[in-house]
Design a protein around this ligand. Structure first.
Ligand code: PMP
Length: 344
């Protein structure tokens, strides 16, 4: 990975080495200093560039991939975009099996990036041959020389962050980091980063962020899968209804849960206070930070790092739409939305 004041051979040289930016206002009422690792500075605008590049290059190192081969994954989200981008540069076919619930915008974006998109029915169970999991598995077994990224169950997802995000934060903070607060979806980001940081200093506190409606926090506390925890929620990329093996629960000290509504308001507040246009889960991790601050968890000289996983542009029809916010009941009325905009 190279520095940005150079000329680059292609966009993949821009993966990683994202900036750590001080949060000057949003948490200023708390003791300590707060910084965000802003992953939207990756060329695919999210932290998933790191795992896409790392997993594909690992397959190349092992001799599994040669030009013209196929990369398969089951996501319409950030990972799909990153895999499509890496595939174009390296000359692979990218096949994404996605749910019919995925928005047309997302599907169009992936096709624009050269991916072949299989839209699979959302209403069938995971073990149905038509589900996107089963379609991906079938394509993987049928297409010779294909690689199935399988991010929720791939140890290389953790390794990618262990080798890049962790060392970057350690170097950027000159070893002064005291707390890491990060969202957990596959768990790859928090697990790999935390593992590296705790090897440097075992006293660093690692706090994961989970959604209400997800099983992850309860599993961390009990090591039991509690189905009763599961119900629908709106934040994408955070929490899960299964236990991913890409989460190393031993390097995470605790989980904090955040609501859809608080996270949405906090995402909008980040734009208006810090001038950073970031995604819904950046709102979630900052909301967790505010909850921890309100509990008096930070003291003078604490050096707290949060990870902002992606860019706000992907959420224009959601969190950054006053209409969407109002439709979710996140505003008492559309007038409140207008008032929020005038206030700052
Ligand atoms: N935020 C967003 C927007 C994401 O897409 C993801 C990945 N699912 C995460 C946070 C969580 O990252 P990880 O999967 O590494 O836990």
């Amino acid at each position: 990975m190279k520095h940005r004041n150079q000329v680059f051979d292609n966009v993949l040289d821009l993966v990683g080495n994202t900036p750590l930016v001080k949060l000057n206002r949003i948490a200023s009422k708390f003791k300590g200093d707060f910084y965000a690792k802003v992953e939207s500075f990756n060329p695919g605008h999210s932290s998933k560039d790191r795992i896409a590049l790392y997993i594909i290059e690992e397959a190349e190192r092992k001799g599994i991939l040669s030009p013209g081969d196929t990369i398969i994954e089951t996501t319409s989200g950030n990972t799909g975009f990153s895999i499509a981008m890496v595939s174009i540069i390296k000359g692979y076919d990218c096949v994404l099996a996605v749910s019919s619930k995925s928005s047309p915008d997302k599907i169009d974006m992936l096709k624009t990036m050269g991916a072949k998109v299989y839209v699979c029915p959302a209403h069938v169970s995971a073990d149905d041959p038509r589900s996107y999991y089963e379609v991906a598995k079938r394509l993987h077994s049928e297409i010779k020389g294909s690689v199935y990224i399988n991010q929720y169950f791939n140890q290389l997802n953790i390794d990618a962050h262990y080798k890049s995000t962790g060392p970057e934060i350690w170097e950027q903070t000159k070893g002064k980091i005291t707390h890491l607060v990060a969202c957990s979806g596959t768990g790859g980001t928090i697990s790999g980063t935390a593992k590296y940081l705790k090897e440097q200093n075992p006293d660093i506190k690692v706090i994961g962020v989970d959604a209400f409606g997800s099983v992850i926090k309860k599993y961390h506390e009990t090591r039991e899968f509690d189905e009763k925890e599961i119900y629908p929620y709106r934040i994408e990329g955070l929490g899960k209804n299964l236990i991913p093996t890409a989460t190393d629960f031993d390097v995470i000290d605790e989980f904090v849960k955040v609501t859809d509504e608080d996270s949405a308001h906090t995402a909008r507040l980040i734009a208006k206070t810090e001038g950073m246009f970031v995604g819904y889960t950046s709102g979630a991790v900052t909301q967790a930070l505010l909850q921890l601050g309100d509990e008096g968890r930070f003291k003078k000289d604490d050096y707290v790092v949060v990870i902002y996983p992606d860019h706000g542009a992907r959420y224009m029809s959601k969190v950054y739409s006053d209409k969407w916010m109002n439709d979710q009941g996140f505003f008492d009325s559309i007038n409140e939305a207008a008032a929020e905009n005038i206030q700052y």
